[in-house]
Ligand binder design. Structure first.
Ligand code: SF4
Length: 966
């Protein structure tokens, strides 16, 4: 049994306002540890015992870090006295245990740190003043693309291309590894950040090292990450969420992460999932329910007997999609299932014992039951009501039951865009068109970039001893030859991808996909030849258990060869389609589809020419690959013809839960996890080994089109410039509708040749084939500022509609006062040269989607001084403040449309001289005829610390001044 004991004279005691709460706990093996006890705090403030579990974990951090300066006793008392329903104006200073990064966001963060060291050195200070104070782990996962697929060499070839394209970025990471003490990198080819975090980086509880205040004191794991889906870690009881890179930098440099005290919505799960229903179906249902419950900016905490029944990977799948349902977190408390998962993934006995003993001592162990906790609101779901589903074709919250997919697609095909439709003539739905083949062999599309001759070969081979069965399955014939002309029609599935941490971290759905593939192959089913099929798991463990379970050869037989260990299709790195498919789609305006086990399906996210994107469980991805079209009702129509020309239905090959459970033993082998992740240090791969990193404490910025010294500290002084109180004579850069995503603002995907960024790269002698993606070039501001608002699907409604009501897409504006059309980047340079400030006007949920600090950085570098919107997404709003851009919100039902703003007016923003959080502001609109109107707005600088950030010109100068002063 674990014991919690009070000590009158604790060796851990420090001068602390709540020193009395410092206690000790003992593990099963008799190891004693100190901890700041929440039950002890509850004796002083009884409300603590009724707090949601997630808030109690945050409270522990506030309590432990209470130093009377950054974190005060009042902070502790206020959070301890949290009421389920109250006005939310207090900010919580949350000191996190660690930070995780992915490579797209990690590289610009590293570039900012390196630039700070330049400033420190230039000011005669020790560059080591700039050093992360908490462990930082960067997992390289976002870069790999599916150029090659559908054959055994795909993984090797894609990785070689990845290293070829990203060498400069990887060299820079290696510099970071040697320059900063607490900065680690999980090299390419190991997996996806959130899955690696679940399986390896998360260690349960931490112990404060010797030499630091509170040495020997244990505390729960917590983190922020520079990726929205950081919330996946909430599945194992870790409090954490995605923040922008600039906030993460502040966090790693010793600033607490500040956030407004949240409402906490309890989500009670009851009952059990029915036979044949997957975790993916469940998460799509949860997403739909929570979107309707409006949980934006709130914590969601799962409780009840249905929650307790869910295995850890299912919880993690649900936690992963918190950004899709809009919550800050989707939190699951720690219980026996969490401990089972830690055992199954190879954590040590000592770690597991400390983890369990700590949580028991804190009375935080176990899933609460109804009535245990006071939540702001409660939502319920009977798991027995969940049905097989997909979500799409444009938004993750638009769930469709499997039996309605065909009808829904058929209806949306001719619906107007305002109804989320595709606006096509209904009569053309079933038209098919011939795509003239270029005779390229499958898996080697004509567009696949060439490798540098003689590039090192380094196979990340987990797939070692292939069975005779496998050899006969996959080598006796190609997966599916595609020579010859193919007809393409609306609804055709052109990409079928088993992808994304959301699902590939969950063995039950991966094993289900493998079992379905096995039954399909045995029944004689095949995958249609025009489909780009890929298997891209979030860790090598997946390949290992699929192979051990004997299922990998069947997936391969259907074209699902291993194509990479990384985000791939989920982040839009699906690689190109065959050129003739692109031609036939664009020439005939076809609405073709992707089916993927990812979590996002915004326009152009997966591929610029695929307008309908459906999120589905891995077994359904395989099923749709076989069916070949979303115009087939998988509940009533056969998937295809099997042996002897027999019709085979989905029900014939759908695996049972007993069949899946029988194979789970292959998926949770602690030894396999330990062996795999030991290689991060001992065997990171030959390609990684060959990357030369610069050395030294200060980076010297060799010429590169990937990495450049960011301009955010140019002209830095220790005294902030006086921030102007308001904005005068500004012009509108754009008028946007609702749900403008961070990908609209700062796309991650491909760079068009005729865009400002493309022209800049071409001007620097970069060939089109080597443009790579915006995501991979986030270390270079010259590319990124040109790419801001450059998404090919963004619609600036300042441009008048066409005769048919359609809107021009792409990053263009009307330069005022002439009204001449120009790229937003070019217009911004003209305005900046003339000293004219600019504004963005937008609708609801501005900045929704992935956390992306370049969406705010690019906005600031374009000279945009304020964004006036109906509402903001949480992270993007704080990133705007962090970059010194004002977020302002319309009041009531006001919008730029209701105010008749056209884009040719002049605008002033009036603010009080002393900025206060959420104070009133005024928008003064001067129309072209000189008429003036005054419109009230709310300043969305939400907290006192954000006022400081804004007045310092942003978070980075603020933190740098603090560090250099210290
Ligand atoms: S797989 Fe998708 S959701 Fe997961 S980290 Fe990558 S891009 Fe994000």
């Amino acid at each position: 049994m674990n014991r919690s004991t009070a000590r009158s004279k604790s060796p851990f005691a420090t001068k602390h306002a709540f020193a009395k709460t410092l206690k000790t706990f003992v593990t099963d093996s008799g190891i004693e540890g100190g901890y700041y006890s929440l039950p002890a705090l509850a004796k002083i403030i009884p409300n603590v015992a009724r707090l949601p579990v997630s808030l109690r974990i945050v409270l522990e951090s506030v309590l432990r870090n209470c130093d009377g300066r950054k974190v005060t006793p009042e902070h502790v008392e206020r959070l301890a006295a949290w009421k389920p329903n109250a006005g939310r104006t207090d900010e919580i200073p949350f000191v996190v245990a660690r930070v995780v990064l992915q490579d797209f966001t990690g590289v610009p963060l590293l570039a900012d740190l390196a630039a700070m060291r330049n400033v420190a050195a230039a000011m005669g200070k020790d560059p080591k003043t700039i050093e992360p104070l908490v462990p930082v782990d960067l997992v390289v996962d976002h870069s790999v693309m599916i150029d090659h697929y559908g054959n055994r060499k795909a993984l090797d070839l894609n990785m070689r291309l990845e290293f070829q394209r990203n060498r400069e970025r990887y060299e820079f990471m290696k510099w970071g590894m040697q320059a900063f003490n607490t900065f680690g990198v999980v090299p390419p080819g190991f997996g996806i950040v959130h899955q690696v975090n679940l399986e390896y980086l998360a260690r349960g509880v931490h112990k404060t090292p010797k030499g630091q205040p509170n040495a020997g004191v244990y505390y729960p794991d917590s983190l922020v990450g520079t990726d929205s889906h950081t919330t996946m870690i909430n599945g194992i009881g870790v409090v954490g969420w995605g923040v922008g890179g600039i906030e993460a930098e502040a966090g790693m440099l010793g600033q607490p992460v500040y956030f407004l005290t949240p409402d906490v919505v309890g989500f009670e799960l009851t009952g059990r999932l029915r036979e044949g229903v997957t975790a993916t179906d469940l998460v799509l249902t949860v997403t739909e329910i929570l979107r309707q419950a409006k949980v934006v900016g709130k914590f969601v905490e799962f409780f009840g007997e249905g929650t307790a029944s869910l295995d850890l990977p299912d919880r993690a799948t649900i936690a992963n999609m918190a950004p899709e349902y809009g919550a800050t977190m989707g939190f699951f408390p720690v219980d026996e299932k969490t401990i089972d998962y830690f055992r199954g993934t190879g954590r040590t006995k000592r770690e597991i014992e400390a983890f369990e003993a700590y949580f028991r001592a804190q009375k935080l162990f176990g899933v609460p039951k109804r009535g245990d906790i006071d939540y702001s609101a409660v939502v319920t779901l009977d798991l027995g009501r969940v049905a097989p589903s997909l979500a799409g074709p444009k938004r993750p919250q638009d769930r469709i039951e499997l039996g309605n997919v065909k009808a829904q697609f058929s209806s949306l095909y001719s619906q107007p865009p305002t109804q989320n439709g595709f606006n096509q003539p209904a009569g053309s739905l079933y038209f098919r068109h011939l795509a003239r083949s270029s005779n390229a062999a499958r898996g080697t599309p004509a567009t696949a970039p060439a490798l540098i001759p003689g590039a090192a070969r380094d196979v990340v081979e987990m797939v070692g001893n292939r069975s005779t069965l496998e050899a006969s399955l996959s080598e006796s014939e190609p997966a599916h030859p595609v020579d010859g002309d193919i007809s393409i029609g609306n609804g055709d599935v052109l990409i079928a991808a088993i992808t994304s941490c959301t699902n590939t971290s969950n063995p039950s759905v991966l094993l289900a996909a493998g079992l379905l593939a096995k039954k399909a192959v045995e029944a004689g089913l095949k995958v249609q030849p025009h489909i780009k099929t890929s298997l891209a798991p979030g860790s090598r463990i997946v390949t290992e258990y699929l192979e051990k379970a004997g299922l990998l050869p069947y997936l391969e037989k259907l074209g699902f060869y291993l194509a990479g260990y990384g985000c791939t299709t989920c982040i839009g790195n699906a690689g190109d389609l065959r050129p003739e498919f692109n031609d036939v789609i664009t020439e005939n305006n076809l609405v073709c589809a992707a089916v993927l086990s990812g979590n996002r399906n915004f326009e152009a996210r997966i591929h610029p020419n695929l307008k309908a994107n459906f999120l589905a469980s891995p077994p359904l991805v395989v099923a749709y690959a076989i069916a070949g079209t979303v115009l087939k009702d998988l509940m009533t129509e056969p998937l295809g013809k099997g042996r002897k020309d027999l019709d085979i239905y989905l029900g014939d090959i759908w695996p049972t839960s007993d069949e899946i459970q029988a194979l789970m033993k292959y998926a949770m082998r602690g030894k396999a996890f330990r062996k795999n992740y030991a290689k991060v240090a001992s065997d990171p791969g030959k390609l990684w080994g060959k990357v030369d990193g610069a050395t030294g404490q200060v980076y010297d910025w060799p010429t590169s089109t990937y990495i450049a010294r960011p301009p955010f500290f140019d002209g830095f002084t220790m005294q902030p410039a006086q921030a102007a109180a308001g904005i005068t004579e500004a012009r509108a850069m754009a008028l946007f509708g609702d749900s403008i995503t961070t990908d609209h603002i700062s796309p991650a995907g491909s760079i068009k040749e005729d865009s400002p960024a493309g022209a800049w790269l071409a001007g620097h002698h970069v060939l089109k084939a080597d443009f790579n993606s915006y995501g991979s070039r986030r270390g270079h501001h010259d590319v990124m500022v040109r790419g801001t608002f450059a998404n090919v699907r963004i619609k600036n409604l300042m441009i008048p509609a066409g005769a048919d009501g359609s809107r021009e897409e792409g990053g263009v504006t009307l330069l005022q006062p002439s009204g001449e059309k120009a790229f937003i980047y070019d217009a911004a340079m003209t305005y900046m040269a003339a000293g004219t400030p600019t504004l963005i006007f937008a609708g609801e949920e501005y900045g929704t989607g992935s956390s992306r600090d370049w969406a705010a950085k690019g906005t600031a570098l374009l000279g945009i001084k304020a964004v006036v919107a109906r509402s903001f997404e949480r992270i993007h709003r704080s990133n705007l403040v962090g970059m010194g851009v004002l977020p302002l919100q319309f009041k009531g039902t006001d919008s730029w449309q209701s105010l008749g703003i056209r884009g040719n007016e002049l605008f002033d923003i009036e603010l009080a001289a002393h900025i206060q959080p959420q104070q009133d502001a005024t928008l003064v609109i001067t129309s072209a005829d000189g008429r003036k109107r005054r419109v009230p707005l709310t300043l969305r600088i939400d907290t006192p610390i954000e006022v400081d950030y804004y007045q310092h010109g942003g978070i980075l100068p603020f933190v740098l001044r603090q560090l250099l002063t210290a």
